[in-house]
Ligand binder design. Structure first.
Ligand SMILES: [Zn+2]
Length: 203
């Protein structure tokens, strides 16, 4: 009996990928978030597209183009999801890598310069791929990389645990422990390795 149960478990584990469920994308929320036909909201892992509407009510550079490109890739199409360590974010959204046939949507958005690559531990399975695609897009000044944001600080403080970087004067930056602290000479250096700007001090 035990052997049969074991065999069944092994069998179902192997069977699982072949049965990967497909969903239809029914709504584009922005460049990195979609809604599926089952109502689920999906936030792409490892990418951050410019905000369509910030708290100040403005649209960030290239936000509209990013949402439009996302729409072109997935809207009303069948998608497959792949999960990392965390399946749901604090806002209740599903975290996933999204595929349309063989197209890896998360990677494509970064490759074409419609989104930045961000590292958010523990969901970092494709970190190296995303950062290398981003570096190439930055060099080629694709999409959102056409915008030049000058450095307004002489250095920035990064947190190695959260992958967020701050202005030197930010109270959250000051709180970063010695062990987790990393100093960047420019915004570019921080972004290149997957750090996200702090939402408070907006470096
Ligand atoms: Zn900050």
């Amino acid at each position: 009996m035990k052997a049969i149960i074991c065999a069944l478990i092994i069998f179902s584990v192997f069977l699982y990928p072949a049965q990967a469920k497909e969903f239809i994308v029914t709504k584009i929320i922005d460049g990195d978030t979609i809604q599926l036909d089952n109502g689920e909201i999906v936030r792409y892992i490892g990418v951050d597209a410019p905000e369509l509407r910030t708290k100040e009510g403005v649209s960030e550079f290239y936000a509209r183009q990013a949402a439009q490109y996302n729409k072109k890739l997935v809207f009303l199409k069948k998608v497959r999801l792949e999960y990392d360590i965390e399946r749901i974010d604090p806002n209740g959204r599903t975290l996933a890598y999204v595929y349309v046939k063989n197209l890896f949507v998360n990677a494509e958005l970064i490759r074409q310069g419609y989104a930045r690559a961000i590292v958010k531990p523990p969901n970092v399975r494709y970190k190296d791929l995303f950062l290398s695609l981003q570096e190439k897009a930055m060099k080629e000044e694709k999409g959102l990389w056409q915008e030049k944001k000058p450095d307004t600080e002489s250095y920035y403080i990064g947190n190695k645990r959260t992958y967020v970087f701050h202005r030197p004067s930010c109270k959250y930056g000051e709180k970063v422990s010695e062990n987790n602290r990393i100093v960047f000479r420019s915004r570019f250096d921080a972004i290149k390795v997957g750090y996200s700007p702090c939402r408070q001090c907006k470096p």
